[in-house]
Design a protein around this ligand. Sequence first.
Ligand SMILES: Cc1cc2nc3c(=O)[nH]c(=O)nc-3n(C[C@H](O)[C@H](O)[C@H](O)COP(=O)(O)O)c2cc1C
Length: 369
Amino acid sequence: MNGNSIGKALVFTCFGESHGALIGAIIDGCPAGLPLKEEDIQIELNKRRPGFTEISTPRREEDRVEIVSGVYKGYTTGAPICMIVRNRDVKSKPYETVMVKPRPGHADYTAKIKYGGYNDPRGGGRFSGRITAAYVMAGAIAKKLLSLIGVEVLAHTVQVGNIRVENEVSYEDIRRNVYSNPVRCAVPELAEKMMEEILRVSKEGDSVGGVVEGIALNVPVGLGEPVFDSLDSDIAKMLFNIPAVRGVEFGAGFRVASMKGSEANDQYAIRGGRVVTTTNNAGGILGGISNGMPIKVRVAFKPTPSIAKKQRTVNLEIMREEDIEIAGRHDPCIVPRAVPVVEACLAFVLADHALRSNLIPGVIKSDET
Ligand SMILES: Cc1cc2nc3c(=O)[nH]c(=O)nc-3n(C[C@H](O)[C@H](O)[C@H](O)COP(=O)(O)O)c2cc1C
């Protein structure tokens, strides 16, 4: 299989380029009988859409979804579901030079070498954050499937630059606050500070990174197919497919390296007749299998590579080092727009594994929806 599809029971294929005609997703393996409207997908896409706040790219895209196959009379048919959004606000001129003078931190150089210069460089082509619109479309269907078994997926910004959410945030605050501020942070006071930081850095012609936390609640015990399709490895792989992701950690993550066993182990208890753990350093996964505790995963994003500040690069035509000043329209911080993408990626992997474990039936009866 080439690199354009992912998943085993629920297979997701992503197509399109940033400045091509459209961005699209095909979902194969979705059971028949799931009620699905364009509005279900649109609600998720609207969370990711660019161009509506002062901290996102000024590119104005409506991202209006069209479901072009796999749905009949409002229900999935069991056939592949193809969804598209058309690219409208395209300005390709600033990208005419990136094949000769690659942008530091972006994929211009690696893509040119790999594809012999035949890749579409406009707006980053296949390497644009815009392809994550397809991830969100796939995630919208995954979320609907997960709702059949009571699984809820959330995400929120927990760090922008050096501004961090230090304390545990309640799920209620995440549900209520995340999409009511442009940085997608559940703590309103910190959201304002993060916003100021993004604006400050962007005025300097620079960019800033950060961290998004993804959470899945009510995940049944037993999802994951060790050893090579373990739940954590599949989630990590999906998350690393988001452009600009540089790190993924579950639960206590890298902190476990400095803990003792007695601190890191999550001890068992019985609450309301259920086996639980009294801490969640494992992030809800043990031995590659969900343990019934919330799945918690943190995703580190690098600062946006395309910055206005002058940098050094090479001119590949004449093989000389030169300055580069990057034009085009860019997000000064990727993190806020990546929050719904992390949500979608986590939902997709969980839905794929729920189908693989036969927790979701092959045909959904209307009384189950
Ligand atoms: C939602 C989203 C938006 C992004 N916006 C931009 C952008 O405006 N400018 C830019 O240079 N990179 C942007 N990126 C990041 C690049 O696509 C990414 O850094 C590039 O493809 C290189 O891949 P790598 O960082 O994973 O190595 C964005 C990524 C995401 C997920």
